[in-house]
Design a protein. Sequence first.
Length: 366
Amino acid sequence: MADSLAPVLQSTALNQPRAYLSGLPHEEMVKLQARLPNLVDVREEAGKAMEKLKEPPPTNVSGYNQDGEYLGILHPAIAYHFTFPKLTLFSYFCCEEDVPDDLQAICLWVLKQRLWALKEGPDEQLNRSMSAQINLPQEAVPIFDACLKLEEKLNPTNKDPFLRNPQVLIHSQRYFSHFFPNRRAYTDFGAALARTKSRNTEAKPILERVINDIDKVTSNDAKVISIQAKLYLTRVLRRMGELEEAKKQSVHGNRISFVLPLITSRVSETYLIKWFKKNPNKVGAAALEEWFLTENEDDPVFEGLGGMNWLRNRKMTWKSVDRSARACYYCGVREGPTQKMLRCGKCEHIFYCSRECQSKDYPFHK
């Protein structure tokens, strides 16, 4: 009799552990509590995990994200995450004091797998927490934070996280090779902080830094990174009650603060609406869903675009096609946030990023 009642007693609310995550406000903790897996289900997965430990780590598990994109062969630690989702969620979010004695060892193993994944797992397999379908930015924050700290250990001489990210190789049309820092991890960290809606003061300087220094980046996705940062910064400023005042300062030229007017003159919601309308397909569908469908509050930018109707029916414009194809014929740099292309006045078909590049290419182009 006692054995048959055990699962029922274990699943009652009185016996459910508390959810906890450092820095999370009470209202978010309440939501997290509702998502904490039932102990009966956790114990069931724990038993399966214990059996798995007797076998070698999986090396042939394939995976797909929520958008149907193939992630390839999963890192073993990430494969465990897919295999035991409830145990993983419980291990990460359960209050340490409330973890039952019989689950402590396996929960510790799960957390070690998480660290292993952070150190070795590919970015595209680690970023699932930010997708529109999962939408767990509070879980993604420590992932990005750990990635940045790991990069700091790998490159201790560079103290600036914005300039320290791994570099990517870009080939120009003239077969020169250029290395440009990849700012994605730093920007995504700011976006994740902004999406928690409770860490605005931490997100603000990161997003401001991206916007102020994005002109130093000449990689192909610089404009998209800039727009992402501007979109999340408008939301952060609005939640902090600074957006309207900042707009007034920008309009009247009152530079009481040097940084804020400089930033907000380029991050107005009106500007973002115009940009998305002119470039409806510059950002991929999965990214747009992540940026807009995860915002549970009223979003003036999304509403100004037309909401779901725009997201589902946006069409490519000739101007957006033309802009996306513009690149310097000499060095290969593409048109970016502050880098406008100059059209050759003679042939009117090719572009240059500067008069200097045009002069260097003149002997070949004439």
